[in-house]
Design a protein around this ligand. Structure first.
Ligand SMILES: [Zn+2]
Length: 371
């Protein structure tokens, strides 16, 4: 029977960046699952550029293939792209108790632990209905999960979404908002600025005002999160055309990560007020295009799934500030927890790794959760 580390080595060796088909990775997993007596249903679709993408739902053979299921584990199968200079990205290397490789913690480690737990009990019967859901295209916007949920092929009561949390059960997650702000001024020779209206000056004032808004949001306090409030970021800005022209256009992106329960419309309105107020002061026009507005999630205080995971992992309950498929599944499930071995702070970089001990602990926890 393959162990978690051996399975992780195989998973890391199969490149599955979002631009590629995840077919090879999914086929490898399906092979292990079938050997353990699980049935595998495939839901394929054409992704960007016509590349084949596959979601799968696997269940123990003797269980009904109903959409309704008590507990579903969800792992995404894609990774972010890795730098060409990372020579051992697809070769799992162990050093001082840490296993290094692309996807080691995000999220092939979690997947390896689950597959090892299932492989250890071929033909085993479970006291509850369980499913393993593997999704495509998480890293480029949770596309696979969104499709599966829309197709209504799975209605889980409890969902365990795997992401590296250092095995701390995350009972809440922040939402995600993104808006493009376009400021339009009037070009003029920079020797005669009085004939123009600088979109760059207006945008700078707007950005300063957004910084002030972010400061006000710090009065919020949800102790599950670090930091415990909604955060705001202006990550990209472009404007102007030449050093001696009063800038006619400036455009930037504003991202915010709202606390669960926060009114998403209110954030968009606050942003709109800031933008229009400052743009007027600079005789410019501005447009706010909200591109994403996704609510966060938070389980009820008495969630049994959260309590069970806290007991099994021995870790404190937390909240996650990054996006995940949990916000999607929270719309259809009663309880959703994000948990998994490894630390997200090493993910999406050449530092990506997972502690061997935590991976093995996770495999043991999954074995108990399967029931
Ligand atoms: Zn992930």
């Amino acid at each position: 029977v393959p162990d978690a580390v051996g399975i992780l080595k195989s998973l890391v060796a199969i490149p599955s960046v979002s631009a590629l088909s995840n077919r090879p990775l999914v086929d490898f997993c399906a092979g292990l699952l079938r050997q353990a007596g699980w049935s595998v249903d495939e839901f394929a679709y054409a992704g960007a550029g016509g590349v084949e993408k596959v979601n799968i739902i696997a269940r123990p053979l003797r269980q009904q293939s109903d959409a309704a299921v008590a507990t579903a584990f969800v792992c995404h199968t894609d990774t972010v792209p890795f730098a060409a200079s990372w020579a051992s990205a697809t070769n799992l290397v162990e050093s001082e108790g840490m296993l290094h490789g692309c996807g080691a913690c995000d999220v092939k480690g979690s997947l390896a632990g689950i597959l090892a737990a299932i492989a250890a009990g071929p033909g085993r019967s479970y006291s509850q209905s369980v499913a393993l859901v593997l999704t495509a295209d998480e890293e480029i916007g949770c596309i696979g999960a969104t499709r599966l949920i829309a197709a209504n092929v799975i209605r889980p009561r409890q969902v365990i979404v795997c992401e590296p949390t250092g095995l701390r059960p995350a009972s809440a997650g922040k939402g995600y908002g993104l808006a493009r702000v376009h400021v339009k001024g009037r070009e003029a020779h920079s020797a005669f600025p009085q004939h123009g209206a600088s979109a760059v000056y207006a945008a700078a004032a707007i950005v300063r005002a957004i910084e002030g808004w972010a400061e006000q949001l710090k009065s919020q306090h949800n102790p599950l999160f670090d930091p415990p409030h909604t955060t705001v970021n202006v990550g990209v800005i472009h404007g102007g055309s030449a050093k001696n022209i009063v800038a006619g256009e400036c455009e930037f992106l504003v991202e915010w990560r709202p606390l669960p329960g926060e009114d998403l419309g209110a954030a968009a309105r606050a942003l709109q007020d800031i933008v229009q107020g400052q743009a007027r002061t600079y005789n410019c026009e501005a447009e706010v295009e909200v591109q994403r507005a996704e609510p966060g999630f938070q389980n009820p205080a008495d969630s049994r799934l959260v309590e069970r995971l806290a007991a099994l992992t021995g870790r404190e309950i937390t909240g996650i500030p990054f996006g995940s498929e949990a916000t999607r599944f929270a719309r259809v499930a009663e309880e959703v927890v994000v948990v998994g071995p490894g630390d997200m702070r090493s993910a999406h970089s050449e530092r990506e790794c997972i502690p061997r001990a935590e991976l093995e602990h996770w495999a043991a926890i999954v074995s108990q959760l399967l029931g």
